[in-house]
Design a protein around this ligand. Structure first.
Ligand SMILES: [Zn+2]
Length: 95
């Protein structure tokens, strides 16, 4: 029994060390993810780009995608339809 006790003590130390390493690695990963997320939200370029992608609308006439800020809006049947140009808008109205 006296021979086994020190080994168990060593095993416990090793297990604790393994847990500590695992927690440290996990915290490191978590911190990196948090920092990456913070860097992304602080970057104006990334934010602007994702907002632009979210505001893209499709022209039903030519099928091209236009940013909502640059699209021509037409209200019809309670719906707003967006066009890339007056040419497409007129084509839609006359069709
Ligand atoms: Zn068009």
């Amino acid at each position: 029994m006296d021979d086994i006790a020190p080994r168990i003590g060593l095993m416990i130390i090793l297990i604790r060390l393994a847990i500590a390493v695992f927690i440290g690695w996990w915290l490191f990963k978590l911190a990196r993810r948090v920092l990456a997320g913070a860097a992304k939200s602080f970057s104006g370029f990334d934010k602007g780009r994702s907002a632009e992608v979210a505001d893209m609308v499709q022209d039903p006439v030519c099928g091209s995608y236009i940013s909502l800020n640059h699209a021509l809006a037409l209200k019809r049947d309670g719906k707003t339809i967006y066009f890339c140009s007056e040419k497409c808008q007129n084509k839609f109205i006359n069709s």
